[in-house]
Design a protein around this ligand. Structure first.
Ligand SMILES: C[S@@+](CC[C@H](N)C(=O)[O-])C[C@H]1O[C@@H](n2cnc3c(N)ncnc32)[C@H](O)[C@@H]1O
Length: 203
């Protein structure tokens, strides 16, 4: 009950804050908090944001990369166009094999950061939702292996469950630094957690 009540308050707080500050989603604050802690984004970065509708993370990323950088948002849903020359959106499925090539063709250079806040539609069955979330996280990691520049960063949302430790280990083997973290803006009752990988190692 305690957690549920606190979560409700938290939801309302970040919902109102997002409205007031002009962000398209409450999720914007999750990225702000994780970036504040782990320094994932910087001016001039080329960012690919997977599962990005309605676009709160795109807004936060655009603020950080500024005019010199570039942000590409990808989602199954339509993302309302942004009024920036260096922000574009693609309506495609991140799990499809051709997605990597489609993304690559739209970018000015290899991405320095890959973000994924992709979530499946929640069925309410914990195991099913976990498995679907793992599939999306794996798709994000595959895209990173295809596209990310050397020393680049990744941030992946995943619902916790039995396959989480293996995913964390795999990210750990590809990056110099790897951690999992739950930002304050994430509801305590939610299964979601974020994996941070910094310093992509390529051979
Ligand atoms: C929590 S929302 C993202 C919120 C976003 N970060 C923001 O700040 O506005 C998760 C998104 O993942 C998208 N998604 C789920 N499966 C996907 C897939 N296979 N390919 C692309 N997007 C997907 C959903 O359509 C949904 O818009």
């Amino acid at each position: 009950m305690g957690n549920e009540w606190q979560d409700k308050r938290k939801n309302e707080h970040f919902y109102k804050k997002a409205k007031k500050e002009g962000y398209r989603s409450r999720a914007a604050y999750k990225l702000k908090q994780l970036d504040g802690k782990y320094n994932l984004l910087k001016t001039g970065d080329i960012v690919v944001d997977l599962g990005s509708a309605p676009g709160g993370w795109i807004q936060v990323a655009r603020e950080k990369v500024d005019e010199k950088g570039f942000v590409l948002g990808v989602d199954l849903d339509n993302i309302e166009k942004f009024n920036y020359e260096n922000v574009i959106n693609l309506q495609i499925d991140i799990t499809e094999p051709e997605t990597g090539e489609i993304i690559r063709k739209k970018l000015p250079n290899s991405p320095s950061v890959i973000l994924s806040d992709a979530s499946p539609d929640i069925s309410g069955n914990w195991e099913v939702d976990h498995a679907r979330s793992i599939e999306l996280s794996r798709a994000a990691l595959n895209l990173a292996e295809k596209l990310l520049e050397r020393r680049g960063n990744i941030l992946i949302k995943v619902f916790q469950g039995e396959f989480f430790p293996e995913l964390l280990k795999d990210v750990g083997s590809l990056f110099d630094f790897c951690k999992s973290s739950k930002p304050r803006a994430s509801r305590k009752e939610s299964a979601e957690i974020y994996i941070i990988g910094k310093g992509y190692k390529t051979d």
